[in-house]
Design a protein around this ligand. Structure first.
Ligand SMILES: [Fe+2]
Length: 278
C-alpha cells in the first residue's frame, strides 16, 4: 500500500464517522471523543513505528490499523449508547465485520487486508490470541498505540467536571470510595486487570494502570514514562489503603524496567550537558 492509499482511507473513515453525527450535544461528545482518539492513535502509531524502526510499507499497514481500529465504536454507540462491551457488543469484532462488509480495504493486497482486519478484530481482546508471527506483531503495535491515547483520554475525563465529560468514556461506572479487594492480587502478580473485576471508576483507574504489564514495545514504554501517565493516574486514586499498595507496586515495576532507567538517564545527561564554548 502507499501513502495515497492511506490518505484515501482516512477520507473514507472520516466520511463514515460523519454518518454517525448525533443531534444531542452530550451524545455527539462521545462520537467526537472516538474520532479524536482515532487520530491520536494514528499519531502515536507513527511514533512507535519510527521508534521501532519499521520500514515505510509496514508503517503504513500499522497506521491503517490504527485509523480503523475503533470502526466498531460508532455503530456500538448508535445502537446501545455505551462504550461498555460487556453490556453491548464487542466493538473489535463489529469493527472487523463493518470493514469487510463495506469493502473498506479494497485495493490493498490480501495480506495487508488480513493483517489490518485481524488487528482491528483483536485489539481489545484481553490476551493476544494464537496468530501467525506477523499478525501478532501488528496486533501488538496497535494495542500499544491504542493504550497510549486511552491513558490520555481517561486522564482528561477524570479531570473534567461531569457536565462537560464525554460520559460514555466512564462506562457508566460509579465513583466508588476505595478499590475492589479482588483487583489487588492481580496487580501484585503483574497481570492486567480483567474488565470483569471492575466495579467502580477507581477500579477502572487501576485497570488502566495495570495495562503497563501488557506493553509490548520499548518505544511505548518510553512514551508512557515520559508522559507521566502512571504518576497522574495514581494521583486520581485514594492515597491510602489497598489501592495505594497496588499503585506503589506498579510504580516500582515502571522504575525497575531496565530500559526506562537507561532512557531516563540518557535524557538527564543530555539536559545536564553544558553548551560548548567557542
Ligand atoms: Fe477500541
Amino acid at each position: 500500500m502507499t501513502e495515497e492509499d492511506f490518505a484515501r482511507l482516512k477520507g473514507r473513515f472520516l466520511k463514515y464517522v460523519r454518518t454517525y453525527r448525533m443531534g444531542d450535544p452530550s451524545e455527539q461528545r462521545n462520537i467526537a471523543l472516538k474520532r479524536t482518539h482515532t487520530l491520536n492513535v494514528c499519531r502515536d502509531m507513527g511514533f512507535i513505528c519510527r521508534g521501532e524502526g519499521l520500514d515505510e510499507k509496514d508503517a503504513l499497514i500499522a497506521r491503517t490499523a490504527a485509523l480503523l481500529h475503533d470502526t466498531g465504536r460508532f455503530p456500538q454507540y448508535a445502537k446501545f449508547r455505551t462504550f461498555d462491551d460487556r453490556t453491548s457488543i464487542n466493538h473489535g469484532l463489529i469493527g472487523a465485520e463493518v470493514l469487510l462488509k463495506e469493502r473498506f480495504l479494497e485495493g490493498l493486497s490480501r495480506s495487508e487486508q488480513s493483517l489490518i482486519i485481524r488487528s482491528v478484530k483483536y485489539h481489545n481482546a484481553y490476551a493476544i490470541p494464537r496468530l501467525d508471527r506477523r499478525a501478532v506483531f501488528f496486533l501488538k503495535l496497535l494495542r500499544d498505540a491504542d493504550k497510549l491515547d486511552i491513558w490520555k483520554v481517561m486522564l482528561q475525563y477524570f479531570a473534567q467536571p461531569a457536565q462537560s465529560r464525554a460520559a460514555a468514556a466512564g462506562l457508566g461506572l460509579p465513583e466508588g470510595a476505595d478499590v475492589s479487594a479482588e483487583i489487588i492480587p492481580v496487580i501484585l502478580e503483574n497481570r492486567v486487570v480483567p474488565i470483569a473485576l471492575v466495579k467502580s471508576l477507581n477500579d477502572y483507574k487501576l485497570l488502566l494502570l495495570s495495562w503497563v504489564f501488557g506493553i509490548n514495545f520499548k518505544t511505548t514504554f518510553r512514551l508512557f514514562s515520559g508522559r507521566h501517565y502512571a504518576r497522574d493516574l495514581a494521583s486520581c486514586l485514594p492515597q491510602t489503603g489497598e489501592g495505594r499498595r497496588a499503585v506503589l507496586h506498579i510504580e516500582d515495576f515502571v522504575s525497575s524496567c531496565a530500559f526506562t532507567k537507561k532512557e531516563l538517564g540518557k535524557r538527564k545527561r543530555k539536559r545536564n550537558k553544558k553548551p560548548v564554548q567557542k
